[in-house]
Design a protein around this ligand. Structure first.
Ligand SMILES: Nc1ncnc2c1ncn2[C@@H]1O[C@H](COP(=O)(O)OP(=O)(O)OP(=O)(O)O)[C@@H](O)[C@H]1O
Length: 538
């Protein structure tokens, strides 16, 4: 254990990344100590290892070698970071790590999640008041309850800083936190860092502005090619930096090394553009697409020959077609037809509504179990198997099964729709859950949020609009599916369609089809408006 006044202790730190099988050394033998309360700026040209340094101190990237101790806790190698670590250590990335769907206020409040139990409802008034005070101080008084997705890059940076202030950690680590701010707000932002732990907070900040580093920092650390070039008095170190002719560039927003972290976490390279290189020896991308195209054409020909597909069969029977179409019109609108058609149409919609709602309830837990980013492998495999099975059986076959079990009527139809739609909804849901942005989740973890908090504040706001959209789409689809279940006696308008056509009452069948067309078109229009709204809310 180091001296109690030491906030950060690093000895002989080395970090290597694996980049397409090659080792890239990002940090190479860094040793330094930072005392509690010190304000340290880290400078260096692009690629010198500044972000990696911050990430190692935060516990997000493991050191390959060396000793790292932050806020009295030894980090890595291969050591899990306890949640308590993130009460003492706060982080701000250039890519903010905010939850876009939540308001600025709620994002800031997430900085205190550590103080709340998983089932807590609402935040304490004193935290709310403080969150508001910090947002106002940083010039966001008018934007407090606006979702972060509608804020500019600079505004988001200020929200992330306000969250750090509310978290009030003893060690604050910031990676280019003010790159999008003008001088006025940048100065105010760095000044506000003095408030952390009543001035006793330790701050390590990657800085791209040498003037700001000179003005604000007690000490400047200068990295180059992963090595420590200088460490000490801000004026002297910045002068050395200028004399060496280095330049500090701001990392492009969002493309910053968050990708680096993803690479580490997933064990694969990230944040690198895929080059247009040969896909396998001797084949480039164009050759690959030509091969795929030829394969598709061959598959089409194979299928057409297999089923004796021939356009001449249709055109050779044009007389029959004309005769059939002639008998469809005019539709029969007599009461004896419209009344049962309308009643069965209403039943069809009711079946689709119930089937879709039950499917949503049934498939959501299965989807959570099937999502790669949430569930362990063994559970995932089982859950996906269940969803595949549900999807494999067509709705009409489910209808036959349930008619055999519970008898004729709309009830077996509802069960058939529930089972069939669960297979699809479950797949849509888990793909939706897998597509969420994990940066905000990671950021929530770094303010000490537990699993349930991360799900409530990080996953749900992102997926709810998406899942509602899928469910609406499924309802739309189920109205169509429900319209054929009557063929097997499982309720809905299909019964009349089937009976009319079987008895050659084509004019009556046309009436039923027209009624169905009107309803399906209206539901399509309504559902696409609703889905568009949900998309905007997302
Ligand atoms: N996930 C990764 N995989 C492979 N190499 C990586 C990865 N992340 C970073 N590197 C490499 O490690 C070195 C240090 O990168 P780092 O992002 O820490 O530097 P930086 O000083 O923060 O750069 P910048 O100012 O451009 O953000 C660079 O050579 C970079 O290409």
């Amino acid at each position: 254990m180091s001296h109690p006044q030491t906030a950060i202790s690093v000895a002989d730190l080395r970090v290597e990344y694996l980049d397409q099988g090659r080792k890239v050394r990002a940090l190479d033998g860094i040793s330094l100590e930072i005392r509690q309360g010190e304000k340290v700026a880290v400078i260096g040209p692009s690629g010198s290892g500044k972000s990696t340094f911050i990430r190692v101190l935060s516990g997000l990237v493991e050191p390959s070698e060396g000793h790292v101790e932050v806020a009295g806790r030894r980090l890595g190698p291969n050591g899990a970071i306890p949640r308590e670590h993130y009460r003492d250590v706060g982080l701000v990335f250039q890519s903010h790590g905010l939850v876009p769907q939540l308001s600025a206020r709620r994002n800031v409040l997430c900085g205190r999640l550590f103080d709340y139990g998983p089932a807590a409802v609402g935040f304490r008034p004193e935290h709310d008041a403080k969150a508001e005070e910090y947002l106002r101080h940083l010039g966001l008084g008018e934007r407090i309850d606006v979702p972060v997705s509608r804020l500019s890059g600079g505004e988001r940076q200020r929200v992330a800083l306000a969250r750090l202030l509310l978290q009030n950690p003893s060690v604050a680590l910031l990676d280019e936190p003010i790159s999008n701010l003008d001088v006025h707000w940048a100065t105010r932002a760095v000044d506000s860092l003095q408030e952390l732990r009543d001035g006793e907070g330790t701050v390590v900040m990657v800085a791209h502005d040498l003037d700001l580093a000179r003005m604000w920092a007690d000490r400047v650390v200068y990295l180059r090619d992963g090595r420590l070039v200088a460490d000490g008095d801000p004026d002297a170190v910045c002068r050395q930096f200028e004399e060496l002719g280095d330049t500090v560039e701001t990392s492009p927003d969002d493309a910053e090394t968050d990708g680096a972290l993803a690479g580490q976490v997933a064990g694969q390279e990230a944040g690198k553009e895929e080059p247009d290189e040969p896909l396998s020896p001797g084949m480039n991308r164009k050759g690959f697409y030509a091969l795929v195209g030829a394969g598709l054409i061959a598959a089409f020909i194979w299928a057409a020959i297999g089923v004796e597909f021939s356009a001449s069969k249709l055109f050779g029977n044009l007389d029959n077609a004309a005769d059939f179409l002639g008998r469809l019109f005019p539709p029969d609108f007599s009461d004896g037809v419209t009344e049962p058609v309308l009643a069965s149409l209403i039943e069809t919609i009711q079946m689709a509504l119930l089937g879709t709602s039950l499917a949503a309830v049934l498939s959501l837990p299965i989807a959570v179990m099937a999502a790669r980013n949430i569930s362990p492998g063994w559970l995932r495999t089982g859950a996906r198997l269940v969803l595949n099975l549900l999807r494999t059986v067509p709705s009409i076959i489910w209808g036959l099964f349930f008619v055999a079990i519970v008898g004729l009527g709309p009830f077996p139809g509802i069960l058939a729709l529930t089972f069939y739609a669960s297979g699809y909804l479950g797949k849509f849901y888990y793909e939706g859950i897998e597509s969420i942005d994990i940066k905000p989740l990671r950021a929530l973890k770094t303010v000490g949020a537990g699993r349930i908090h991360r799900f409530r504040f990080g996953v749900l706001p992102q997926v709810i609009p998406l899942l509602l959209g899928y469910t609406l789409y499924m309802f739309e689809y189920n109205v169509r599916s429900a319209s054929i279940l009557g063929v097997v006696g499982a309720g809905g308008i299909g019964f009349y369609l089937y009976t009319y056509i079987n008895n050659f009452n084509y004019a009556k069948a046309t009436t039923a089809l027209l009624a169905l067309l009107v309803v399906v078109t209206a539901i399509d229009a309504l559902s696409s408006v609703l889905r568009r709204r949900l998309g905007q809310a997302a």
